[in-house]
Design a protein around this ligand. Structure first.
Ligand code: PEP
Ligand code: MG
Length: 578
């Protein structure tokens, strides 16, 4: 099989194409996102040496600041209350006297206009960070405003999601988690990025928003502003100048009824129950999950409540954030994951941005050693919120590598009054030593994104490694199998067998979900939008069929072969456009 075949197994090449990471078919107009400004440019030496440069540049910076502030205030008037607060705070920062005074001092000392505002922003941000609390939060505004001022000076569009009164398809190089988190799905109807991997947080959030998305789209850079295009987020194809065939495909996708409703009971055709739970990042997503019939929450990514924060959130704020999820699931399971800071989700108050290899660095549970107390305080807040609600709250730790880490986490949870703690299996060592790890805790949840990136040694963010970074890789499936076997071995020497669920988004791929169930996974947690398609496909197979498909997938020679073998045995996938 050629490399081309391996990459295009899903469909014909009709235009630029990439990896479809969130299904859906749509036609719309392209709006391009301006690239981030990542370095200041020096002026030419002659201009810098000219008389009056510093004075003139000081005035230009102030004018640029005023015009950025005016634009941000206009946007604040057009948005909701929460957005208006963020934009108004940024508008104030654009004309902040300390920022401009610091830049004027740098200009007077002979710096160029862009380096002067660049360094002034760094000074002001460092000062705000040192004050902690609310002031530290404003440091992010300083950097945002700095980019906008430089864009204004250069006469290029400001970085970030473009403003628009009408719906559009967003085409970008990549999106930061904060861009995606503030994206309005009623305006942005699809996402196409030229970089990013299938396992990135951009992909996760696009699925959570339920908008079609394609990442690593070769040729996306040639899509022109305002052009009409067709996007198929399942097949990963883009068609420029769509015709009647594409319009019919959009209509057909919109009319597929079985994919819209989940009745709240995950099961195979012969009644083997598989609770289908939701992955959520906070109260708003939890409400969507409850409305979609989720049987509970299998992963509350607590770091998503605090992305971009420069200081540890206070106790009351944390209690409120967790309670907003618990209150929606009375009597249902809600698995809260302790802060998973680091790698592609840096939290400045916990992680070290200068680590050379952050995915292999101090992230997840490991941050407890660097910043002792943050985890204990988080567990106390979870315990308080849990005590006030009827949800069946469980806690698990990310990035557990050894049995002793699992034991340490369980002990910390017990101290907080949280019993029945669990661990995520994302590091291959935890899967290989699952029997020993699971003797220390009550359950495991496999994070297939990270388990895949660490098993295959392939950064989940890198588009170029997408073929390796595929949860269908037999090596990854083998580790899932080993984890289930380890849980059974642990169960043989104690009162009960630890349950093993999957909360990585592999569970959201209906064909792979069948394989996971066949491997002995007891619950599947996914973005709420995937509940209906996963349930629909699971109901077409018996448990015995799932087991035999799982055996075929583990025995396959490649991810391609595993996927193709299973998909061929599930014709319903094609009927539903999945
Ligand atoms: C995973 O790694 O699969 C997982 C669920 O955790 P996250 O995506 O938040 O890293
Ligand atoms: Mg993970």
């Amino acid at each position: 099989m050629s490399a081309e075949e391996r990459h295009s197994w899903r469909g014909d090449r009709v235009g630029p194409r990439g990896i479809g990471v969130s299904p859906g078919r749509i036609i719309g107009r392209v709006r391009r996102m301006a690239d981030a400004i990542d370095a200041p440019q020096d002026p030419d030496a002659q201009a810098l040496a000219s008389e009056g440069y510093a004075q003139e540049a000081t005035t230009r910076l102030q004018e640029a600041g005023r015009s950025v502030a005016a634009e941000l205030r206009t946007r604040a008037e057009q948005t909701n209350a929460a957005g208006a607060e963020v934009l108004s705070a940024a508008a104030l920062m654009a004309t902040d006297s300390m920022l401009h005074q610091s830049a004027a001092t740098a200009l007077a000392a002979g710096r160029g206009i862009e380096p002067a505002i660049w360094e002034a922003a760094e000074t002001v941000a460092a000062m705000l960070t040192s004050l902690g609390g609310y002031m530290a939060e404003r440091a992010a505004d300083v950097f945002d405003v700095r980019s906008r001022i430089i864009a204004e000076l250069r006469g290029v569009p400001a970085p970030g999601i473009p403003d628009s009164g009408t719906a559009f398809i967003l085409v970008a190089r990549d999106l930061a988690p904060t861009d995606t988190a503030t994206l309005d799905p009623s305006l942005v109807t699809a996402l196409v990025t030229s970089t990013g991997g299938a396992q990135s947080h951009t992909a996760i959030l696009a699925r959570a928003l339920g908008i079609p998305a394609i990442v690593a789209a070769t040729g996306a850079d040639s899509l022109v502003e305002g052009a009409e295009i067709y996007v198929d987020g399942g097949a990963g194809t883009i068609c420029t100048g769509p015709g009647e065939k594409e319009r019919a495909a959009v209509r057909a996708f919109a009319e597929r009824a079985p994919l819209k409703v989940f009745d709240g009971h995950g099961t195979t055709a012969d009644g083997h129950a598989v609770p289908l739970l939701a992955n959520v990042g906070g109260g708003a997503e939890a409400a969507a999950a409850a409305a979609a019939g989720a049987e509970g929450v299998g992963l509350l990514r607590t770091e998503f409540c605090f992305l971009g924060r420069h200081a540890e959130p206070g106790h009351e704020e944390q209690v409120a954030a967790y309670a907003a999820v618990f209150e929606l699931f009375p009597g249902r399971k809600v698995i809260v994951r302790s802060l998973d800071a680091g790698s592609d989700k840096p939290l400045p108050f916990l992680t070290d941005a200068t680590e050379p290899n952050p995915a292999l660095g101090v992230r997840g549970f490991r941050t407890d050693v660097r910043a002792p107390g943050v985890l204990a305080r988080q567990l106390a807040a979870i315990a308080e919120a849990a005590a006030a609600h009827e949800a069946d709250v469980k806690v698990m730790a990310p990035m557990i590598s050894t049995a002793s880490e699992a034991a340490d986490f369980a002990a910390l949870c017990a101290e907080a009054g949280l019993h029945g703690a669990g661990v995520m299996v994302e590091v291959p060592s935890a899967a290989v030593r699952a029997a020993s790890v699971l003797r220390r805790v009550a359950f495991a949840s496999i994070g297939t994104y990270d388990l895949t990136q660490y098993t295959m040694a392939a950064d989940r963010q890198l588009a170029g490694l997408a073929t390796l970074n595929d949860p269908w890789q037999p090596a990854v499936l083998e580790l899932v199998r080993l984890t289930v076997a380890g849980a059974e071995a642990a169960g043989a020497s104690q009162v009960s067998t630890p349950e093993v669920g999957v909360c990585g988004e592999a569970a959201a791929d209906p064909a792979l979900a069948v394989v996971l169930v066949g491997l002995g996974i007891s619950s599947l947690s996914m973005t709420a939008r995937a509940l209906a398609p996963v349930s629909a496909v699971l109901r077409t197979v018996t448990f015995a069929q799932a087991r035999s498909l799982a055996a075929a997938a583990v025995d396959a020679e490649s991810a391609y072969e595993a996927r193709a073998t299973v998909r061929d045995a599930l014709p319903m996938l094609k009927d539903l456009g999945l």
